[in-house]
Design a protein around this ligand. Structure first.
Ligand code: IVH
Length: 671
């Protein structure tokens, strides 16, 4: 039998091995061991931690995915130093003009520049205290960001612990969260399979995945990170020569952070120019989408001399690549009817290669745009891709037709008259029973953010519509095993899985149902607010205008939309039917009857601002936890308020999870 110290040592040893192999695999792209060997190490660690939960620390490689779901919105956090943005430039002349501007401050003939690709992702800040990752935030408005700690932890190439023997007291690493082209395409295919809408570009995919309230979803998306700058760094021992950005990046790379490969230190602006051209010409060969490059003055002392404007450093500039264009023929214009009846034109093109992909569709936005472009079927047109999957038509290259494509008078799906409101650019089919609208509403109803019926994708919906099986949302819950067995590629197992998924969706909370019903202007956030406020659908249906108006976050347009929605007899009938079929119509109360903090020991230190220590202790006790006065290895959480005492330092030393007041509140609310 091993003693406790041996077990702890073994656990720490396994963690260090895994951290090292993560680094080899995710940062250096150069693994030393096979997947099988890695999995064996990981499983061994998992097993030891399960048997010895007291030794679990938040920076363990097993702790990437937390079960805690953010209840409404992400907490705001203030950046210790503002996260600035970059000035943009769109031509080589602009870059030369920038160089001219900085020559007022430094002798540009004798300086070094560093050029880095600019991935269009999402800026994030990672905070490490004594080498452990403790929190992370989005850039937000530069001053305040959102706390997305749990989501960032799921990104495999972000180290949860800095790989260094030296203890760095505080280290704020800034960089970009992004998704590789391959992973982006895979994600979109997967979303489509599940009947959900695709992301228009990798940036949206990264942002949408990172801002998930459920970190388990973020964990399923293959996000990556690279370092591009820093906030505060404290306690770095002397002896590091970090006087230049290139040295900072090298240092980051050595201590476990992912750094981009295609970075070049340039000796003069001519070299900068040719490397910018090189990146522009080779952008399609990179595994991720880049929209430009960033030129920085390399030397930190010179950066200081050149300084900052309010919004951005003067010592750096972003060079944005020109959008990629191609010319092709407009073959036809298809009219699509959305969930809310908006009719949008979509162009079908003669297939053409653009930035490594064959393009056969383009966006036309709306009919005003068609008029502005004076474009019609048969014209040769220029398309442009600025990161999006579906390119835009930007102009007519050669006019082969008369005039422009006219907006429809009648709905292409149901034939009803099309209406355009004064001042609106959209043409609408206002027939509530329009089949095309209903089809889109069904796609939305079953989607992940709504009732989340996995396997109920567009292909299934189209076949069921054809078989006349779906007339209202309630019909979904009347479908039988035999109905599914009639569909293409359905065998017993698939049919049963789908029946199971439909049954499970009946237990979704009211907030999901409200989001699923497709009430105009009601998204998942307002659905959650309404559900929290009214608790069940009957309360909401009978709510008066003034009740709704009294809710802060719900404005008059939403109120009218809710009133209109529930004034419809058919809607009320459908809701009654859903009820009879067993669909849950209420929002669960936050359950405090069980003891989610059972056996978890808390230590409180410092002053809390929104509650007394006694209150906090009572809450912990009421949720089954324990409160002790001193920190030991057995402590699960140390809650830190203003002016914390030595308990804080001890917690840091022992690697205990440290949480602030806000995180404590989240923890108790999530339970
Ligand atoms: S440096 C003070 N380097 O571009 C500015 N930013 O448009 C520090 N970005 O907010 C940022 N690649 O999110 C820097 N290699 C790179 C970058 C980069 C992408 C983003 C970053 C920034 C935005 C500004």
């Amino acid at each position: 039998m091993q003693n406790v110290n041996d077990i702890e040592k073994k656990i720490e040893d396994l963690r260090n091995q895994i951290r090292y192999h993560d680094y080899r695999y995710y940062c250096l792209d150069n693994p030393e061991i096979s997947d099988f060997e890695y999995d064996t190490l990981f499983k061994e660690l998992q097993k030891l931690e399960q048997e010895n939960p007291l030794f679990i620390t938040s920076d363990s490689p097993t702790q990437r995915v937390s079960g805690a779901v953010v209840s409404s919105t992400f907490e705001k956090v203030k950046h210790t130093t503002p996260m600035l943005s970059l000035e943009n430039s769109y031509s080589m002349e602009d870059v030369l003009a920038w160089n001219q501007r900085i020559s007022k401050y430094v002798d540009v003939k004798n300086i070094e520049y560093i050029v880095e690709p600019k991935i269009d992702g999402l800026s994030a800040e990672l905070t490490y205290i004594n080498n452990s990752f403790v929190s992370g935030a989005t850039r937000g408005d530069g001053e305040y960001g959102e706390d997305i700690t749990e989501n960032l932890k799921t990104i495999k190439n972000i180290p949860l612990k800095i790989l260094s023997n030296e203890k760095i007291v505080l280290c704020e690493i800034r960089g970009e969260v992004y998704i590789n082209k391959k992973d982006f395409e895979f994600l979109n295919e997967e979303l489509l399979d599940k009947g959900q809408s695709k992301f228009a570009n990798p940036r949206n995919a990264a942002a949408g995945s990172l801002r998930q309230k459920n970190p388990q979803i973020t964990a399923e998306r293959k996000l990556s990170f690279y370092v591009h700058s820093f906030g505060q760094v404290q306690g770095l021992e002397d002896g590091h020569k970090i006087e230049k950005h290139s040295e900072f990046l090298d240092f980051c790379s050595k201590i476990g952070f992912p750094i981009q490969k295609n970075i070049k230190v340039c000796k003069n602006i001519e070299e900068v120019k040719s490397f910018l051209m090189f990146l522009q010409e080779n952008r399609d060969n990179l595994p991720y989408e880049i929209d430009g490059a960033v030129v920085k003055v390399n030397d930190y002392n010179l950066q200081k001399i050149i300084g900052y404007t309010n919004k951005s450093p003067r010592w750096a500039i972003a060079y944005k690549f020109p959008a990629r264009q191609a010319t092709t023929k407009l073959l036809s214009i298809e009219l699509q009817v959305g969930r809310t009846g908006v009719v949008t034109p979509k162009a079908t093109l003669s297939p053409v290669a653009l930035s490594g992909v064959v393009i056969s569709n383009a966006t036309l936005h709306n009919f005003d745009e068609i008029e502005r472009l004076n474009v019609n079927i048969g014209d040769d047109i220029v398309i442009e891709r600025a990161g999006e999957v579906i390119p835009k038509i930007i102009k007519v290259a050669k006019k082969n037709s008369e005039g422009y494509f006219l907006p429809p008078m009648h709905c292409p799906s149901c034939g009803s008259k099309i209406v355009k409101e004064e001042g609106d650019v959209y043409y609408n089919c206002i027939n509530p029973s329009c089949p095309a609208q209903f089809r889109r509403s069904l796609i939305h109803f079953v989607s992940r953010d709504a009732m989340n019926i996995e396997g109920f994708g567009e292909v299934v919906i189209d076949q069921l519509l054809k078989l006349n099986k779906l007339h209202t949302f309630a019909d979904i819950y009347k479908l039988t095993f035999d109905d599914f067995m009639m569909l293409d590629l359905f065998k017993e197992k698939k049919a049963n899985n789908l029946i199971q998924a439909i049954a499970e969706s009946k237990t979704k909370p009211l907030s999901s149902l409200l989001a699923a019903l497709g009430i105009r202007h009601i998204g998942d956030k307002s659905a959650q607010i309404l559900a929290d406020r009214f608790k069940n659908i009957d309360n909401l249906i009978s709510a008066k205008e003034e009740d709704l108006l009294s809710i802060n976050e719900i404005g008059p347009i939403l109120v009218q939309s809710i009133l209109d929605f529930f004034a419809n007899e058919d809607t009320l009938k459908m809701i009654e039917e859903l009820k009879v079929l067993g669909v849950n119509m209420s929002e669960p109360e936050k359950d405090t009857s069980f003891s989610p903090l059972e056996n978890k020991t808390f230590v409180l230190t410092g002053e809390l601002s929104t509650m007394t220590r006694k209150d906090a202790e009572n809450i912990i006790l009421s949720l089954g936890g324990k409160v002790t006065s001193s920190v030991s290895k057995k402590t699960a959480y140390v809650v830190v308020g203003e002016n914390p005492g030595s308990k804080y330092d001890k917690a840091v030393k022992l690697g205990i999870t440290i949480i602030n007041e806000q995180q404590f509140k989240e923890l108790i609310n999530a339970k």
